[in-house]
Write a protein that binds this ligand. Sequence first.
Ligand code: AHR
Length: 499
Amino acid sequence: MTCKKLYLFQPLPIGTISPFIYGHFTEHLGGVFYDGLWVGEESPIPNVHGFRKALVDAFKLLHPSVLRWPGGCFAECYDWRDGIGPREQRPARVSWWYKHDGRMEPNQVGTHEFVDFCCLVGAEPYIAANITTTTPLDIRDWVDYCNAPRGSTAYARLREANGAPEPFNVKFWGVGNECWGGGGDMEPETYAHEYRKYAMVLSNSLPGLKLIGCGPYGTRRWHWTERFLRVFESSARQMDGLSVHYYCDRSSGCLDFNADQFYDMLFQAAHMEEVVTRAWNLVCGFGCQKECPLVVDEWGAWHPDGSGPTKGYNLYEQQSTMRDALVAAITLNIFNNHCDKVKMANVAQLANNLQTLFLAHGSDFIVTPTYHVFDMFKEHQGATALQTAFDREEIAFEHQETHKEAKIAKLSVSASVKGGALLLTVANCSLGQPAELELAPVGMALKGDAELTLLTHEDPHACNTFEAPKTIAPQCTEGRADVLSVPPASILSARIRLA
Ligand code: AHR
């Protein structure tokens, strides 16, 4: 193994890494809320206002910046009025997901509970509004209910009667979700007209709202988004972010994969770079780059379901292996390196679901390797992202769709500085080869030892379970700050003080 030079350029930084890049997503889907986050106030499971205490405590440690809710597709049929008032009087409704899992929505978690959860963990709430089956007035009224000053409107008084005199101040509002698909299956021109209506009404309601429009899925829906932006007219309407969704969904099994399938999954994760760049070109092409950054509000690995602890009862619940941890690390490194374009991202989804951080069932609760990646990367939030350079080594594998040879970069890297320290996060994608990096800072000097955190396991299929919750756990040490070693299929973070 040769030692590669990794240049870290302090001059000409990429930009500030928005803390909102380290955002999350919680949908009323399978076991995300019911069995995951929410156990209810009467539960024998330790809880804070009905939310699973162990999860609240662990989540808080990540400094989560923003949380998207209530969907996803679930939002398409959601009436916010069902989720307010005394919980025992709230109506059960047919859930969007009923045909997949036969479960109804009990509405025990509504706007008050969601905002309460955000306050408990310190995250900004982000509401994805239903524009498929509502009117602009319904959403304007939801904004009024959430944000009108105490006592100022009938909805503010209703909010107070329901226990919350002070406004929730919800800033982020998604105007629809996947409107090219589940969100109304709209022609782009139809969505543009709908968007303009909602944006006009919402931007003339209470101040301070940030509106997020629906954009592409991965590198698909390109023409749909182009046609939407053409009619939308950036100069005349408010849009404060363009949503992009992308999943690594060409999956083998979550727990059962060979070397080609391992690399194919990481190849899909690395494709996020093209997703971001293409979407950004579109935004720039329509001259919206100043006001309309990218909001990647759904991302992650989507495996065939059934690998989670409930063996398929919780829809889309899946395990999380070292391979998933690498997907998370590669994706977050890409967001850091494109922080001039991406201002928010929300991993899908927080508990008992895709690319999950937590698995919970009854009184059992564990954190996954993806959780540890968020922990190792959290100090990138609000930091200045640096340009890096190193010789690119590639790994060849058989692409699982074309069955031809494809290649991925062996290393994924990002670096940032904040508070007099450098944070470097490195993922080694090779199954067999360790990586050795000699740090070459340009325009700055490093001092002292490095605080190192390593996430590794000799078996990339390894995961945490209720029976063995610490199979994959970070190893923290101090070590040399000039040369870093990363074992195969592992992630390393290094925090080093600046001289
Ligand atoms: O995250 C699961 C689903 O994926 C969401 O409901 C939808 O928006 C996307 O297609």
